[in-house]
Design a protein around this ligand. Structure first.
Ligand SMILES: [Zn+2]
Length: 104
């Protein structure tokens, strides 16, 4: 793990906390009940643990990263979601504007 990692939201940790479920896998993985209240379909929600992207085939909610997830779940803007995530995860808001793709 590089030093840079400490300045980024760990996608696996984030979703494990948000979904109360341990997720294992690469790429898109099924992630249990859809967490969006209007849906809660048991088998339609999936995540890409590499990028944090998410999608539900039942209600159609989707997004590109953990910020989109938090914004959609909380009904707030991306800017507000970033502030909330930074606070909860001990990061700086600027950290969210770096891409998750880092050179090895
Ligand atoms: Zn759904």
């Amino acid at each position: 793990m590089s030093a840079n990692k400490k300045n980024r939201l760990e996608i696996l940790n984030f979703y494990a906390a948000e979904l109360d479920r341990l997720l294992i896998g690469r790429g898109w993985v099924p992630a249990g009940p859809c967490p969006f209240s209007a849906c809660e379909n048991l088998n339609s929600f999936s995540l890409d643990l590499g990028t944090g992207a998410f999608a539900c085939l039942s209600c159609g909610v989707s997004g590109d990263d953990a910020v989109d997830f938090k914004a959609a779940l909380s009904g707030v803007s991306r800017a507000t979601a970033i502030e909330n995530l930074a606070h909860v995860w001990g990061l700086q808001p600027d950290d969210f504007f770096r891409r998750n793709h880092e050179p090895d």
